[in-house]
Design a protein around this ligand. Structure first.
Ligand code: BG6
Length: 472
């Protein structure tokens, strides 16, 4: 099998990390709008209300809201077939619980999608990417409450009906499995770390699973040509030694972090493995007959995921060689891999391993919707030579091509993360850049907001034009 001529090459962004205009044309506050900037070594905090004396990166971000025409023209120049972006839920329902949507918010995305389609770029939409309405967090602590399912469905009905002729690919929740690390971003919810923590967390995840399944069924009933996928933060996971205990640890992590989520969404319910995970934790979920039916009827059409690095685990403290960072944090340093400036290891072969594992388990199409290299860029004589970024992407593309061509994996497409520089989700920095296009804004939101092509821009253009043949 070789790469199909319909392979969807492109890039990805999220509304809260690029749009800015956080209060324009009726937009309400999202949970992202209360997050402060952090740094490599300092966690991002948040405030319960906006404090005008502080700096919140999402408020201006890269001002995509006012630059989208220029930005999409640049993506088109690279030959993008797909542009993954998210809808900022609080542009459509400012508080989250309104009955009627905000027409100005809807109009903005109509304009963005039309601009993409003008260049034959297919938009792919993440329905919820770390930016649920803050109003719902205040009202019911978001997904902790069952009420959230109805708010989400109201939002989904509006956007599916409005955009189904323009948007064919939809993702429900960005990296929903990262709720195991942070309930704030992934589920818009504050949870005290007390004895009930895990029970509440898994119940909230259940509400989101049911909502995602109902959304999938609704999308298909509105327009059977729509494709709905999940979205997980993924990694290949290795044992630090050949001690069977280390391998058991690896299996446990994979089960809890990936399989639990994919099983429910692909197989349509809590499989024996999912039930075993819950039992071990002593959790009995509140699952109604209606929930079970929703999960059964709303299975996903494809699995999508982000892939940045691998994780290596060991039970042996003498084998620990410092910890490794990443969006799936933790694990030991892997001596066979190099790392980015932010401590994220670089493991292209891990991507091939992962693709094989997921495809062998589920046999439904896969989509890599995030992958990329966060780095500091330097402007020299009006140019940005981002050779390390090119190298990272080239090596990952080579490996997913092997997964398609040699291993028979059904991969629909590849959208690199942060195709245009944007605010980092993890740290709130601008200086952690992923783009083919540089944006002149610094970590305090200062700059001209001018766009500039990096070396990787022409490189990726060539990659797409040759359908992945010319990677030099
Ligand atoms: C993923 C998220 O975890 O990783 C993105 O879906 C995020 O929103 C990306 O930006 C890269 O992480 P970071 O912390 O470098 O921005």
């Amino acid at each position: 099998m070789s790469i199909s001529k319909d392979f969807l090459w492109g890039g990805a962004v999220a509304a809260n990390q690029c749009e800015g205009a956080y209060q324009e044309n009726g937009k309400g506050l999202s949970i992202a709008d209360l997050r402060l900037a952090g740094s490599k070594d300092k966690k991002r905090g948040f405030t319960p209300e906006i404090d005008e004396t502080l700096y919140y990166p999402s408020h201006k971000a890269i001002d995509f809201y006012h630059h989208y025409k220029e930005d999409i023209a640049l993506l088109a120049e690279m030959g993008f077939k797909m542009f993954r972006l998210s809808i900022n839920w609080s542009r459509i329902f400012p508080n989250g619980d309104e009955k009627e949507p905000n027409e100005e918010g809807l109009k903005f995305y109509d304009d963005v999608f039309d601009e993409c389609l003008k260049y034959n770029i297919q938009p792919m939409v993440t329905i919820s990417h770390y930016e649920s309405p803050y109003g719902l967090m205040k009202k019911c602590n978001s997904w902790e409450s069952r009420e959230m399912i109805d708010y989400f469905m109201n939002y989904c009905r509006v956007i599916f009906e409005r955009y189904h002729t323009k948007v064919k690919y939809w993702l429900t929740f960005n990296e929903i499995n990262l709720a195991l690390h942070s309930t704030y971003s992934a589920l818009g919810m504050m949870l005290e770390k007390n004895a009930d923590y895990e029970k509440k967390l898994f119940q909230a995840l259940h509400h989101a699973f049911v909502a995602g399944a109902k959304a999938g069924a609704l999308a298909h009933s509105i327009d059977p040509s729509l494709k709905v996928g999940n979205m997980l933060a993924a990694a290949s996971v290795y044992a630090g030694t050949c001690d069977p205990q280390d391998n058991l640890l690896v299996q446990k992590m994979k089960d809890q972090f990936f399989l639990y989520f994919n099983d429910v969404m692909v197989k349509g319910g809590y499989t024996p493995k999912c039930q075993a995970i819950l039992k071990e934790k002593g959790i009995t979920l509140d699952v109604t007959k209606e929930d079970e039916e929703a999960l059964r009827k709303g299975t996903i059409d494809f699995i999508s995921f982000s892939y940045y690095q691998s994780v290596t685990l060991t039970t042996h403290s003498d084998h620990q060689t410092g910890s490794s960072d990443g969006n799936i944090a933790g694990g030991m340093k892997n001596p066979y891999l190099t790392e980015s400036k932010w401590g994220w290891n670089v493991d292209p072969v891990g991507l091939r391993i992962l693709l094989n594992e997921i495809y062998t388990t589920y046999r439904i199409p896969l989509f890599i919707v995030e992958n990329g290299y966060g780095d500091v860029d330097h402007i020299k004589d009006g140019q940005i030579h981002d050779a390390d970024r090119i190298d990272y992407l080239r090596r990952h593309i080579k490996e997913f091509k092997k997964a398609i061509e040699k291993d028979g994996v059904d991969l629909l497409g590849y959208t690199t993360w942060g195709c245009i520089d944007l605010v980092s989700a993890g740290t709130g920095e601008m200086s952690k850049r992923y783009g083919f296009i540089y944006v002149d804004v610094d970590d305090e939101g200062q700059g001209t907001f001018k766009r500039m092509k990096k070396d990787s821009f022409e490189w990726y253009k060539k990659v797409i034009a040759s359908n992945g043949e010319d990677l030099d």
